[in-house]
Design a protein around this ligand. Structure first.
Ligand code: BDR
Length: 317
């Protein structure tokens, strides 16, 4: 049984990732920690609880993390995910925040890793603020993890938020820098460009959303707004390799739960640019080994889309 700890900024694709984790038979989700990102933290908390409710898993502990980045000004992605982060289709019966744990997210992360040494797989699908603080609280935290999977950064200088910066890293560049420097556990990164190139055909997406179940209804509702945007000619022009359905965060989660999902990957040392006028928040890949960093990460290159499709279908049935 894989033990997962999810650090999320629940937006639409985080919701999809959480639902895959919850429907994977070989996975136990130990806890979910929440961070600012796609939408303000209060929305992230509510959205996470809504997802757990529809999956009948409100017993999974949810922790409140940071509501803002370490130094950067706050930003969110309301234009894509909706102002509430989940497609602007409010649920009048949404679970109340009294269900949240009292302990702070970063502290809980450290505690959970201590309870299950070298067993916990951490999947981070938002800005990395909670992870950056967790390693300050306990410098040995990364070593206690089995692995870390991140959706974030870019590997081809192609951004989706700044010219060459991806949202999660640009939203908290210092946090991303700390994590890439100090997390010395096996680390897998699903970058923005990789996720675009691994997009699924819209025909699959249409079929996927035509399933009939309570979870499928929920998915149809929360995705409607972002799907409309993603399918627009204007958006498709911005993305890479012809576009398609790109559930970014799902790639990191799928790799964490399924060892056969990644087909090809690069192993390389990485860091994050903190200074550049146009490049702040951009991930830098050191293929020439000029930085002489000991620790290398795995950059995902190709994946098995058929396995992903099966996971997405299972998640809503
Ligand atoms: C990332 O930014 C967010 O909008 C998505 O949820 C994903 O985590 C893609 O750049």
């Amino acid at each position: 049984m894989k033990k997962l700890l999810l650090d999320v900024d629940t937006g639409v694709d985080d919701a999809q990732a959480i639902m895959i984790a919850l429907s994977s038979p070989n996975v136990e989700v130990l806890a979910i920690t929440c961070c600012h990102g796609n939408t303000p933290l209060d929305n992230v908390l509510k959205n996470t609880l809504r997802v757990l409710k529809v999956c009948n898993k409100l017993d999974i502990p949810v922790y409140k993390g940071f509501s803002k980045p370490l130094l950067e000004s706050k930003r969110n992605a309301g234009d894509y995910h909706g102002m509430d982060g989940l497609g602007d289709v409010p649920d009048p019966d949404a679970p109340g925040v009294e269900l949240l744990q009292k302990e702070a997210a970063a502290q809980a992360m450290v505690k959970i890793a201590k309870q299950h040494p070298e067993e916990v797989i951490l999947v981070a699908t938002g800005p990395l603020t909670n992870l950056a603080v967790a390693v300050q609280l306990d410098p040995s935290f990364p070593k206690k993890l089995k692995a870390l999977y991140i959706m974030g950064g870019n590997n081809d200088s192609r951004g989706n938020t700044t010219v060459c910066g991806e949202f999660n890293f640009v939203a908290d560049p210092e946090a991303a820098h700390i994590v890439l420097d100090r997390y010395n556990c096996p680390t897998y990164i699903a970058t923005w460009e990789f996720s675009c190139r691994s997009s699924l055909p819209w025909s699959f997406c249409d079929e996927w959303l035509s399933h009939k179940s309570e979870k499928a209804n929920f998915m149809r509702k929360i995705t409607a707004l972002s799907m409309k945007k993603a399918r627009s000619a204007e958006y498709q022009k911005e993305v890479i390799a012809g576009g398609g359905f790109n559930p970014c965060d799902v790639f990191a989660l799928a790799a964490a739960v399924d060892d056969k999902f990644i087909k090809e990957k690069d192993e390389v040392a990485v860091t994050v640019e903190l200074d550049g006028k146009h490049t702040r928040g951009m991930m830098v890949l050191d293929y020439m080994e000029l930085l002489q960093k000991q620790h290398k990460v795995f950059i995902m290159k190709t994946v098995d889309s058929e396995r992903l499709k099966k996971m997405l279908i299972k998640a809503i049935n």
